[in-house]
Design a protein around this ligand. Structure first.
Ligand code: FAD
Ligand code: SIN
Length: 526
């Protein structure tokens, strides 16, 4: 089956939905999501969305905080642009129906998180993401120009390669004509042809066995763009959130928002001793890379499998009012956060790198845009400042939309694209090969490519990943496609990119820390 559209949007998180809403008055939109529209990283966001709202905050402070967190690798122009445009795009979210908490004076109640020098995080209780997700889904469903396809899995982007032509990563004229998409209701691969395509497929937390990300986060967008010969960058910077709830076996790991530390909660060892001041003068509110590494270190010293986050000294009524979901979740595990410390561990959380884009969200492939977590804009550098990703997503969805609306005016749909070839493919004999390899990939990445790395660990990880890569490619070549098989293949691809880019770093910087080069910027010292 072949379908045609002006705008093909892959992904139904904040980036995909807001892009779709912006372009829909200019043409037909098909928006696909691999599960239900609502199941996205966006839905799980807790802390909120960072933007300058009131004095004493100002753009300069937000820019500086972002640059400091990014450890010298942010693109300053992009940081200034996102910080300045974020308030307008947040106003747009409010116009679409998103509600942020206000105080009794009618002013937005601003939260604070690690690395922020001011209170600047707009939020809806401790479930900001759900509020954003539900409001945007409602708007998208109402729009007549947007066709929504749930349970549709994008397998590969279509380029000249599918017309038998050679496509190389350094070519400037690679075109994206749409995508091959697996309809999960009947296992058929359909051809979606578009004038322009937006990749908004989110992150890759499931590459690690402990993650705050829901199951959908398997790096599909990065893998698809890499296979289509687009440029991917900064993949070594995988952010581990310092405080996910320690509750072995629970997937995804439940997040304990950094806003709780912004509210006054303090990290302690299992013996009840504060430790963050040893590592950074900002204590429990230092940027995430520093806090996650400090926790990892403390756990190694003590042999404990978690540390504690203590909020018991805070006003209990205010605590329950600001963090009702965390209160309920912990209570369901017999932890009363107004009295008991919360056991926490770091968990894979956010992919700072991704598909390289310019200031309009254009990837290095023509007619292909990327926005949200899948993209690498230059905003985050070596470590994302908390709550900057939702702002980045709306700013880039807006910029990409403005660019794409002009682009479709002189773009034709390419009608000569062949349909997906399934000849000779059969169902895999044993699904266990896929599930087992999936787990192995997670173990390799968690054991060797986590918070603390070394040359030896990276080398080992690569060798082991290569074996799984060969097995999976063999299976892929002869199999009728399934979501699990495609996701496994994508995770392997993304794991490979992380390791390769980590190996190219001869220093420790931001989220990439290696014991072989423990310092920043000085190769010759070691
Ligand atoms: P997502 O919201 O992840 O959406 C991805 C979409 O792509 C989904 O619809 C998925 O189905 C679809 N998709 C993926 N692959 C395919 C495929 N192959 N085919 C079809 N569809 C596909 N950031 C903040 O700024 N503030 C916060 O407070 C905050 N809290 C967070 C808390 C948690 C627990 C987590 C996990 C993240 C948090 N983040 C936060 C990060 C932020 O939520 C994400 O970076 C952001 O929501 C990503 O939005 P997105 O639109 O790029 O992708
Ligand atoms: C949190 O609420 O701690 C998550 C914020 C983020 O990841 O930006």
């Amino acid at each position: 089956m072949i379908k045609e559209t002006d705008f093909l949007v892959i992904g139904s998180g904040i980036a995909g939905l807001s892009f779709a809403l912006k372009v829909a008055k200019h043409g037909k939109v098909i928006l696909i999501s691999k599960t239900r529209l609502e199941e996205t990283n966006t839905k799980y966001a807790q802390g909120g969305i960072a933007a300058v709202t009131y004095e004493p905050d100002n753009f300069e402070k937000h820019v500086n905080d972002t640059l400091i967190a990014g450890d010298g690798l942010c693109n300053k122009k992009i940081v200034e642009m996102v910080v300045q445009e974020a308030p307008t795009q947040i106003k747009q979210l409010i116009d679409w129906g998103v509600q942020f908490d206000q105080n009794e004076k009618g002013k937005y109640d601003l939260g604070r998180e690690g690395g922020h020098s001011e209170y600047r995080v707009l939020h809806h209780k401790d479930n900001t993401g759900e509020e954003i997700q539900n409001s945007l889904v409602r708007k998208v469903k109402e729009h007549q120009n947007i066709e929504v396809l749930e349970n549709h899995f994008a397998v590969d982007l279509i380029t000249q390669h599918h017309l038998g032509k050679l496509v190389k990563r350094n070519h400037k004229d690679t075109q994206c004509y749409g995508a091959y998409v697996l309809d999960l209701s009947n296992d058929q691969v359909e051809t979606y042809l578009s004038k322009v395509t937006l990749i908004a497929t989110g992150g890759t937390g499931n590459l690690y066995d402990t993650t705050t990300n829901p199951k959908i986060a398997t790096g599909d967008g990065v893998a698809m763009v890499y296979r289509a010969k687009g440029i991917i960058e900064n993949m070594e910077f995988i952010q581990f959130h310092p405080t996910s709830l320690y509750n072995p076996g629970e997937k995804p790991s439940f997040l304990i928002t950094e806003a709780l530390r912004g509210f006054g909660a303090i990290l302690k060892t299992t013996e009840g001793k504060e430790f963050m001041d040893k590592y950074d003068e900002r204590g429990s509110l230092a940027p995430r890379d520093i806090v996650a590494r400090a926790i990892d270190h403390e756990m190694k010293i003590s042999g404990s499998d978690h540390v504690l986050l203590d909020a018991s000294h805070l006003d209990s009524e205010k605590l329950k009012d600001h963090f009702p979901n965390i209160f309920d979740k912990c209570l369901s595990l017999n932890i009363d956060i107004t009295k008991d410390p919360i056991p926490v561990i770091p968990a894979a959380h956010y992919m700072c790198g991704g598909v390289k884009v310019d200031e309009n969200g254009c990837s290095t492939i023509n007619r292909l845009y990327a926005a949200g977590e899948v993209s690498s804009t230059g905003l985050h550098g070596a470590n994302r400042l908390a709550s900057n990703s939702l702002s980045e997503a709306v700013v880039y969805a807006d910029r990409a939309a403005k660019h794409a609306v002009l682009q479709i005016k002189d773009t034709e749909i390419n009608k000569s694209i062949p349909e997906w070839d399934t000849q000779g493919a059969t169902y895999p004999e044993e699904m266990v090969m896929i599930t087992q390899n999936y787990k192995e990939v997670q173990q390799i990445m968690s054991n060797y490519v986590g918070i603390v790395r070394s040359n030896l660990r990276l080398e080992r990880a690569l060798r082991r990943l290569e074996i799984i890569y060969i097995e999976t490619e063999e299976l892929y070549e002869k199999s009728i496609l399934s979501q699990k098989l495609c996701e496994l293949r994508n995770l392997i691809n993304v794991g490979y990119l992380i390791i390769k880019m980590a190996q190219e770093m001869h220093e420790s910087r931001g989220l990439h820390y290696t014991i072989d080069y423990p310092k920043k910027g000085n190769i010759s010292e070691f």
